[in-house]
Design a protein around this ligand. Structure first.
Ligand code: NAD
Ligand code: WQD
Length: 339
């Protein structure tokens, strides 16, 4: 299939480009580098062994997005582009709504004009209600409103896509709800490259391991969990990328709306993750216990049954591989793509 990958220079998009090309698809990639760089594209091209087309475009620019789909007649849009920092979204909600909703609406308008009818969306487990029991299933209740503007953009875009499927004959939308993506490509060539001090656990641990930060702060050790720290469903980014390739099958079946968790079904505590990374990098990483972080849920993980049954897809890589791959990426690229 011919696939437009938006946000393809970013963390998940770049890994998905590699898996798409390896599965025999043709890709066109777009990004505005608000949270990435051209170096990621160069490395993805190297890994893929092909000079796929790349366009630097801000997808909130409607006419530019229209010209993009005019130039490249694609079968599918895979929409990774978006702003994703939960805390930042509380500080600058307007920018988050403008960017995440605006880019999606530009794409949908251009798709309507050019007759493109398949959309894959990077949604998030954050759309599930705080009261939903774990493990989260696709028919678990979603929040009426999530705990952040970022999460609300995911929820709103899910509704926009459901309405589009209802209104446009033949339109299909795969809403893929990611759990906690971590890891890096096994080559060590591409990986997560956050700017500034990371907000998320895995990149923070990696920066401590490489000596860029002093110590890991574990937010809360008094939760009602086996070791008192929060439980999450960490999924290797390459498994996640393969889940996108698998989801294309559903679009070919004319699925209408397809909602699917992409998680492993396994819960790992913060402390377990710190220990696994220490083993991967061969040194005991320093940590302390800090107060709970506002808004954190004690435990979230996926029920992956539906993905297995409908896509024939299951995550294969465990925590050890996730940590080893991040360490390879981080130790070879201590300054990320800026090296
Ligand atoms: P990322 O920031 O690494 O990648 C997003 C890419 O989109 C970046 O390269 C950025 O430059 C680009 N971009 C942003 N706005 C754009 C615009 N207006 N026009 C063109 N390009 C634009 O993030 P990621 O971790 O790869 O996440 C990809 C998607 O998955 C996002 O939509 C994110 O919300 C979603 N998601 C991520 C996680 C996670 O933990 N990483 C979890 C659930 C969902
Ligand atoms: C994991 C655990 C922290 C940093 C976020 C978004 C979610 C989704 C994935 C996009 C928690 C603890 C963290 C640190 C710590 N993204 N932690 N010290 O919050 O589960 O999910 O990313 O859709 O929407 O909210 O991920 O990596 O930030 O935290 O102790 O320095 O690690 O308290 O228990 P989270 P995370």
């Amino acid at each position: 299939m011919k696939i437009l990958v938006t946000g393809g220079a970013g963390y998940i998009g770049s890994h998905t480009c590699v898996e798409l090309v390896q599965a025999g698809h043709d890709i066109v990639v777009v990004d505005n580098f608000v949270n990435s760089s051209m170096e990621a594209i160069r490395r993805v091209r190297k890994l893929c062994g092909t000079e796929f087309p790349f366009e630097e475009i801000d997808l909130t620019d409607g006419p530019a997005t229209d010209r993009l789909l005019e130039k490249y007649p694609v079968d599918v849009v895979m929409h990774f582009a978006g702003l994703k920092a939960v805390g930042e979204s509380v500080q600058i909600p307007i920018e988050y709504y403008r960017n995440n909703l605006g880019s999606t609406l530009s794409l949908l308008s251009a798709m309507k004009k050019h007759g493109v009818k398949n959309f894959v969306f990077s949604s998030s487990a954050t759309v599930y209600g705080a009261d939903a029991p774990v493990p989260y299933k696709e028919d678990s209740p979603v929040s009426r409103i999530t705990s952040s503007p970022y999460g609300n953009t995911k929820l709103m875009i899910e509704y926009i896509l459901k309405d589009t499927v209802r209104a446009v004959p033949g339109f299909n939308a795969a809403l893929l709800r990611y759990f906690n993506p971590v890891g890096a490509h096994e080559s060590g060539e591409i990986g997560e490259d956050p700017s500034g001090i990371p907000n998320n656990l895995m990149p923070y641990i990696a920066k401590v391991a490489v000596g860029k930060l002093d110590k890991i702060h574990i937010f809360g050790n008094d939760y009602d969990t086996p070791d008192g720290t929060c439980l999450r469903d960490y999924i290797h980014v390459v498994d996640l990328a393969k889940g996108h390739v698998a989801a294309l099958k559903k679009l070919e079946e004319n699925c209408g709306v397809f909602v699917c968790n992409l998680g492993t079904g396994k819960a790992t505590s913060v402390l377990e993750m710190v220990k696994a990374f220490s083993a991967a990098c061969g040194k005991d990483l320093p940590y302390d216990f800090a107060p709970r972080r506002e808004g954190d849920l004690p435990e979230t993980w996926a029920d992956p049954t539906y993905a297995r049954e409908t896509l024939g897809w299951t995550a294969e890589k465990g925590i050890k591989e996730m940590c080893e791959d991040v360490w390879r990426w981080q130790s070879r690229n201590p300054n990320g793509y800026r090296d």
